[in-house]
Design a binder for this molecule. Sequence first.
Ligand SMILES: *Cc1c(COP(=O)(O)O)cnc(C)c1O
Length: 367
Amino acid sequence: MRTPVPAYIETLQPYIPGKPIEETQREYGLSDVIKLASNENPLGPSLKAVHALQESLSKLHLYPDGSSFNLKRRIAEHLGVDPAAVVPGSGSNEIIELLVRTFMGGDDEALLCQGSFAMYKVTLHAHGRRFLEVPMKDGHYDLEAMAASIGPKTRLVFVANPDNPTGTWFGRAPFERFLETARAKNPEALLVIDEAYFEYVTEADYPNSLVYHRDYPNLVTLRTFSKIYGLAGLRLGYGVMAPALASYLNRTRMPFNVTSSAPAGGLAALDDADHVVKSRELNAQGLVYVQQELKKLGVKVLPSQANFVFVDLGRPATPVYEGMLRKGVITRPIPNYGFPNALRISTGLMADNQRMVAALREVLKVP
Ligand SMILES: *Cc1c(COP(=O)(O)O)cnc(C)c1O
């Protein structure tokens, strides 16, 4: 019998988010639960953002400014770009969706790294678009192989730096070679560089993709308020691209894709540089601690420039994940990314990190 949806929807698997704290409390009868599963900022949002949001609520009867004038101007100032290059969205996830919906037609293909951020694939699949996946190399993007795979039909190339779920990153030299080869193979392919964890990066060789926009007008940079700014629940992210490209997204997006409160929170968050610095420092300490302690448990941990680590347990991760849940520690199994033996674990407050390591030690029965 015919299904009520096209075949590409029938076979679509929903995105599986991290397990919520309340659900874990309910299911396991626990009161004290910590969540290190969704790369959320353990310090919470900036208090300045919270106050600005509270003030914005009395205007909820009004429709938002559909052009996001103030927000675009402030983001543009923050980045040193043209306001017309900025497209705000309901999280950067919406920009991913808009890019696929706007730029891909019938025969066009997207190029992805296998095992990278699942939303690229989910979105392409949901639109019935073709895509090609290039394998990783030792938990890292293989930019050389990706560039080599670009062809005349390639319309979008998705690249996460740092990557999620591995936390790994690439430096300037491989990125510059990638840009060159991509241009030689198909200058019309849009190169989408997803920098959701940009503000967490401490590595000096990390390439800020915005620097390359002038020489490569086919670049699209994605950033978000969900990660270091601690505003994941507000749903605010943005893309930066040539104004001519941005103008197409302004045709296809919903007129009020950003709520009226989101800019209030985002603007205040951009003004609270202290909160960003504190968050970055806490994370840097957390990464050092977690890497060092987890290695003592005999598991493999990939290097990370994000706010989480990829832990290869060398055995099926689901029972370990469940054992940790029973101890009130939520981590993220990632079998749907093709890593059945791995957990992705966000950094938390130092006490959370210690509790996570202790829980894993007990579940793995390491003396
Ligand atoms: C978290 C994350 C995002 C951000 O999603 P939002 O929709 O902005 O909350 C985008 N890309 C990657 C790779 C991420 O990990």
